[in-house]
Design a protein around this ligand. Sequence first.
Ligand code: CU
Length: 171
Amino acid sequence: MRPLVFALSTMLVLAGLVSACSDDDPVASSADAGSDGATDAGRTTEAGHDGHDSGAVDPGPRPIRCTDEELAENDMTDGGALVVTFLKTANPKQYENRCATVKVGASVTFTGSFTQHPLQAAGGDLPNPIPYTAEDQPDDKLVVTMTTPGTFGYECEFHPTLMFGAIRVVP
Ligand SMILES: [Cu+2]
């Protein structure tokens, strides 16, 4: 008999915990909304989270998604022309030559379908010379002249987790 009572009371306690938890959130958030102090505290906490609720909060500077090694591996500082290629079809595929180093004054050619894969700046130094480009270009080529030193990230607007790179520009 005692084990049964124990089991029943355990279930009741667990059920109470579950319902208490599910009840807590709405109560807490409406309390937050009604109190300036609590709302401010909530915002401070949100700002400390990376990614969570970032839609409403400025996430701050974004990191470059090329390592120093990757940038150095594709070294075009001898004057070679950097061509970054991507597909003309909708299929998301990583940029080729996605990480590279060039000299100030170098022209970088992005080539592929910009309507299928809109190009946009993504992280690194500012201002980023890589312009937002969502329309197809003559010969599918966009030429960007790198006029200032820095490391400049870019990505596909539609597939930012699959298509991304960076160009380091050295004096
Ligand atoms: Cu894409």
